[in-house]
Design a binder for this molecule. Sequence first.
Ligand code: PEP
Ligand code: MN
Length: 332
Amino acid sequence: MIIELKNDISPEKLAELAAQVKAFHIMDGEKSVFITSSGMKEVPAELENYAKNSWAMPNDMQLASREYHPKTREVTIGNVTIGGNTGNTIVIAGPCSIESETQITQSSEMLKSHGLTALRAGCYKPRTSPYSFQGMGLKGLKLLAKMREKYDLSVVTEVRDATHVQDVIEYSDVIQVGAKAMYDQGILRACAKTNKPVLIKRGFGTTTQECVQAAEFVLSGGNTNVMLCERGLRTFEPNTRFTLDLCGVAWFKEKTNLPVILDPSHAMGYRYGVPDLTRACTAMGVDGLLIEVHPDPSVAKSDASQQLDHDMFADLLKSLPPVAEAVGRKIV
Ligand code: PEP
Ligand code: MN
């Protein structure tokens, strides 16, 4: 249950009441709210004199639910806002991994030339094999910060495990929690303690409900800047890397108030399919797209087969505005 409290309650009293009813207390925009377990159906007697409004929730999708907060939440990435009434579909792009200063400079200049604002590159890569390239780590984060300064870009980068979560929070503008990391509650709880936007990628064997519950770990800790990302599920189909769950995206849009980002690159796994899939994603009327693009995909140290080259990416970008417009959105 979510219980909105009156505004004149002292912090000491709030802490005492929260302990009594075993609730999280957060400021959700202007609202001061308690979030209790979802089984609660009525405002507890202890809160009768303090409650202003309440929402009984059928399950543990609470702060993310449209029943509680009907509008899509706004999230600001650098100087671009998505969600709310903006109608914006942000293109977040860049190489899978940052590999060198030359490479990331080429990527940054290419994004700027298209008027894009969000550079994404991984520094801590959650590879399936320990023998594969693991990412540049802190050195990579510092290079991304340099690109932010030099090109006025916002930086999106992923956290692989709790050992470097504070570094990623410090250096990034958006913290990406990858498909393999989204169950790590140490990461989610650390993301809850910052105000920076968090992009939670749905695991490839994760239900939509479980994905939203991962988001609730961040929301209930007080950070309401959360976005969901669908990047494909593992199915019986071997010819594509994953299977993009657009039905799940329709569900996220209908039931949750979190901005939704679609990642066609990881879903497809092969660059030939990425442009068509990106247009299909755009037609879903989502809040953002995450595309992998590399100055020379043939030498990429991770996800080489799915990254577009700069020419393919330019052609793709040209094709997106009319698709977005057809569903009442604009590419930013
Ligand atoms: C990535 O974004 O480069 C990545 C590793 O993605 P995912 O977590 O979706 O596998
Ligand atoms: Mn990748």
